[in-house]
Write a protein that binds this ligand. Structure first.
Ligand SMILES: Nc1ncnc2c1ncn2[C@@H]1O[C@H](COP(=O)(O)OP(=O)(O)OP(=O)(O)O)[C@@H](O)[C@H]1O
Ligand SMILES: [Mg+2]
Length: 399
């Protein structure tokens, strides 16, 4: 036997008189077969303990050194067998988790053929394949988790998040598997984000094309119609036609105005000169004195420019409708790879009931626009202290 085992042998001891056996005898629990003493041998394998082996025989009060040695050897055999069983069990569990990991990957891929995988697809597959009802994917700005959870952080490109589960609900192997899933999840979510951005950019380009077409066709036709109507009016000598011609001229004028507004909605004019320029002129039409703190915004992805423009417009609409001081500050900036717009007014502030749960369509749409771009949206406002609308979106590159 090597010295390691000799060291272990020291732990095999004679128990002089077993308290439990004594109590059993005194309280007459049943036949103790004249057993009064036993040897106690720890069951060990390496540094791992698997319990104690108590050995006794009727009328035997002492175990010789040789006997203890044999018992120790037997306990070691038992310990080693238990360790092997435990390792085999672990290995089996790990294999099962690896199989589920592959199944999860296949399930996510199958569900994401068209658009890539979003949080709910990934989470649904975690539930279905691993039966992990309690594992949650939390993205950067959702802070709805507590200290009760374990979390693996993940990030890829602009995507940051946490994979969370309730503390002590997972085995060591499951935790390892969750940790190994996190980088893949980050990559999937980033792909999904980029895919959405691409789709949004394609939609905007299509709207711009439609705006150009309308401008060059219907708009030009209406314009020439208005010239012809004016000409007809000038030449007309028939009293009966006078009124209908005035009506036609009015209708054509209205149609031109509608067309202009529609084209502007589809493709805001002057976007190539920067967002500040467009928002300032929009403010002018509403009679609001807008101070712009600009930075070059022309390089920002189209979907971000479009979203910021609509947010800026709605914030100015709100100032025009709900605020007595017709003044606003609009600031564009960038934070690392994130584009930011802030619209500030020194008005009455948003009523607290609205801040709590009664936001209208305008404020809700601003929030949804940022969610779509995986951005961040916040309103800072208190009655009497004015309002700041803040929106931030990842651009996908350094600024
Ligand atoms: N800058 C602001 N200052 C003070 N109150 C505001 C401001 N912006 C919004 N509010 C308040 O918040 C409410 C909700 O605004 P929201 O833009 O969502 O809806 P709305 O302007 O009432 O209607 P719409 O759906 O047409 O935009 C407003 O009715 C108004 O009471
Ligand atoms: Mg509004």
């Amino acid at each position: 036997m090597n010295s390691y085992e000799k060291k272990e042998l020291k732990h095999a001891v004679n128990t002089m008189e077993c308290k439990r056996l004594l109590t059993a005898r005194q309280k007459n629990y049943g036949d103790t077969l004249n057993i009064t003493h036993h040897a106690t041998v720890p069951i060990k394998a390496g540094d791992d303990s698997y319990g104690l082996l108590n050995v006794a025989a009727p009328r035997k009060e002492h175990f010789e050194k040789d006997e203890l040695y044999i018992l120790e050897t037997a306990a070691f055999q038992i310990g080693t067998a238990m360790k092997r069983l435990e390792a085999a069990d672990k290995e089996k569990k790990q294999q099962e988790l690896d199989r589920k990991k592959r199944e999860w990957m296949e399930s996510v891929t199958a569900a994401s053929i068209q658009r890539g995988s979003n949080v709910s697809i990934i989470q649904k597959a975690l539930r279905e394949v691993f039966q992990w009802e309690d594992v949650q994917i939390v993205t950067e700005h959702q802070k709805n988790f507590t200290d009760e959870v374990c979390a693996v952080p993940f990030h890829y490109g602009e995507t940051k998040g946490l994979l969370c589960w309730p503390r002590s609900s997972k085995s060591a192997e499951e935790k390892k598997t969750l940790e190994s899933l996190a980088p893949g999840i980050a990559m999937m979510l980033e792909d999904y984000r980029l895919q959405l951005l691409k789709e949004e950019a394609a939609k905007i380009s299509e709207r711009h094309r439609l705006a150009r077409d309308l401008h060059d066709s219907v708009n030009q036709l209406l314009f020439s119609m208005s010239l012809h109507t004016a000409g007809l009016q000038a030449m007309n000598k028939d009293e009966r036609l006078q009124e209908p011609l005035v009506e036609v001229k009015k209708l054509v004028h209205e149609a031109l105005q509608e067309m202009k507004a529609l084209i502007w909605q589809l493709r805001p004019e002057g976007l190539d000169k920067g967002l500040g320029h467009v928002i300032a002129s929009y403010g002018e039409t509403l009679g609001i004195d807008v101070k712009i703190y600009d930075k070059r915004t022309e390089e920002w992805p189209l979907p971000i420019q479009e979203a910021f423009l609509r947010i800026g417009q709605e914030a100015l609409n709100n100032i025009s409708k709900h605020v007595s001081v017709k003044k606003a500050e609009v600031r564009f900036s960038s934070k690392n790879t994130r584009a930011v717009i802030e619209i500030k007014d020194d008005g009455e502030g948003i009523p607290s009931r609205v801040m709590k749960d009664q936001q209208g369509f305008g404020l809700q749409t601003m929030k949804q626009r940022m969610e779509l771009l995986d951005g961040f949206f916040a309103i800072h406002s208190e009655p009497g202290t004015g309002t700041i609308i803040y929106a931030e979106a990842p651009t996908g590159g350094k600024l």
